[in-house]
Ligand binder design. Structure first.
Ligand code: UDX
Length: 440
């Protein structure tokens, strides 16, 4: 066995938006000759266990402390249960992993947000630690700057804005509105009990804060701290999906194969956003109005929503979960109606697809600013006086977007730039090498 290769233990918080990018990251590390062990909760493991055949990554599990009857829909409940269950179990797991391969003991633990406790466990065992941030570097920067925001009177110590205003963390970063600060939608106790202590752990024990981003995509964000390191956009050719929590409906790829190039509107709001029933109806009718083929992801499990009686959907296909990266890179897709989660944003950018932005919460408003105001590769959907995005607004903006040759050209150009960031000589690739060397 080869000596001295780094051995990473990846520990993501078990939501799709964090598991997917760190899994891609782990595949990239494995492709570069590193050893990778990936910790899943037992519940997540059951959801995805069939998809690990032939993987270079070893999977291990721990219980999250909840029973099988808990659906894991309440993310805060999952978070607090994990924190009271896993820290006492992790040392033994690490001991077992190390005992099974004496020459390649774990050298570095990589966690996503909310899993900082694992770096404390690692620190006690003498193992290095790094954070992998599943959102934009700008969003990370806004969290990092919390003490400054408090000092400048922009937010109070509970994280609430003192007034509604625009501000800029640095001259190169998009303007932010205090109403859109990423933690506001997650509640006061999340800010004081979770986010602030997590950031303290990050400062103390996370030697690197890795972002699935690049200097080209977010030129202003990385000057905030030297530890903030862009290593993206992470991409793998013919990536096998080893992390999907829902069964991918691959029939949509055959369906796309039969559509005209650049004709299909892809509609997806990620893994967490829940749409209000009235808004859902309006979207359905809006898609009918556009009179173009659409592929719409409607996640199973939301019994609250119902299609309106008038909805025909004749030109569309609705699936419960799509192989999103494959869909976005399919030549039939013309645009992406997206909630602007960072993963969807990066995936859309790397596919050169223009966006219609429909942010729901947290960092998604900031991602919308990147898409619409900084990169100028999309348009925003505006709510009416009742807080509704109407069917007419959807139709109007899709038509405007598809008729805008400048946006299309910029989307193609941005795709080229983004992809070139991962070439061997590019900064993201060099950062990755630097990180791997450090972890040895
Ligand atoms: C969460 C937060 O909500 C988001 O704001 C943050 O930036 C990342 O974490 P989520 O809402 O799930 O993520 O959105 P997103 O970041 O876009 O991640 C969704 C992932 O699921 C993407 O990798 C996407 O490719 C995948 N996906 C989505 C599918 O594979 N199929 C689908 O049908 C829909």
């Amino acid at each position: 066995m080869q000596m001295g290769i780094p051995h990473f233990l990846a520990i993501p918080f078990p939501v799709q938006g964090q598991v997917n990018p760190i899994m891609t990251f782990c595949q990239v590390l494995a492709n570069r000759g590193c050893k990778v062990t990936f910790l899943r909760t037992e519940f997540s493991h059951k959801r995805v266990k069939d998809k690990q055949e032939g993987s270079q990554i070893k999977f291990v599990t721990l219980p999250d402390g909840l029973g099988p009857e808990d659906g894991r829909v309440d993310v805060m409940k999952v978070l607090y249960s994990i924190k009271s269950t896993m820290p006492s179990l992790l040392p033994k797991l690490i001991e077992d992993i190390n005992a099974s391969d004496d020459e390649n003991k774990i050298t570095c633990i990589i966690v996503t947000m909310n899993m900082g406790w694992a770096l404390e466990v690692g620190h006690r065992l003498g193992i290095k630690g790094a954070f992998f941030f599943a959102a934009s570097a700008a969003s990370m920067a806004s969290c990092y700057c919390i003490p400054r925001l408090i000092e400048d009177g922009i937010i109070d110590t509970d994280g609430h804005p003192t007034k509604k205003q625009e501000f800029q963390l640095s001259a190169d970063l998009p303007k932010m509105n205090t109403a859109d600060l990423p933690w506001l939608s997650l509640g006061k106790s999340f800010f004081t009990d979770q986010l602030v202590p997590e950031l303290e752990t990050m400062m103390k024990l996370g030697e690197w804060w890795l972002c699935n981003s690049s200097y080209d995509l977010e030129p202003g964000a990385f000057s905030i701290s030297e530890r903030l390191l862009p290593i993206g956009p992470l991409m793998i050719e013919n990536e096998s999906n080893q992390s999907s929590f829902w069964e991918e409906d691959t029939t949509c790829i055959d369906w796309l194969d039969h559509q005209t190039p650049q004709s299909v509107i892809y509609v997806s709001f990620g893994s967490l956003a829940v749409m209000d029933p009235n808004q859902f109806k309006e979207l359905a009718l809006g898609l009918d109005l556009i009179n173009k083929p659409f592929l719409w992801v409607v996640r199973p499990g939301n019994d609250n929503i119902a299609y309106p009686d008038e909805f025909q959907g004749a030109k569309g296909k609705i699936v419960g979960w799509a192989p999103q990266k494959k869909v976005l890179s399919h030549p039939a897709v013309s645009c992406f109606i997206s909630h602007c989660g960072w993963n969807s944003t990066i995936e859309g950018v790397c596919s050169g697809v223009p966006f219609l932005c429909w942010p729901f919460f947290s960092d998604q408003f900031l991602d919308k600013s990147y898409v619409c105001d900084v990169w100028k590769v999309g348009l925003g959907l505006e709510k009416d006086e009742h807080g509704l995005i109407t069917k007419e607004e959807i139709r109007k903006k899709v038509e405007q977007l598809l008729g805008d040759e400048n946006i299309k050209a910029r989307s193609s150009k941005l795709k080229e730039i983004a992809i070139s960031n991962m070439e061997e000589v590019a900064c993201s690739s060099k950062n990755l090498e630097k990180f791997i060397k450090w972890a040895k």
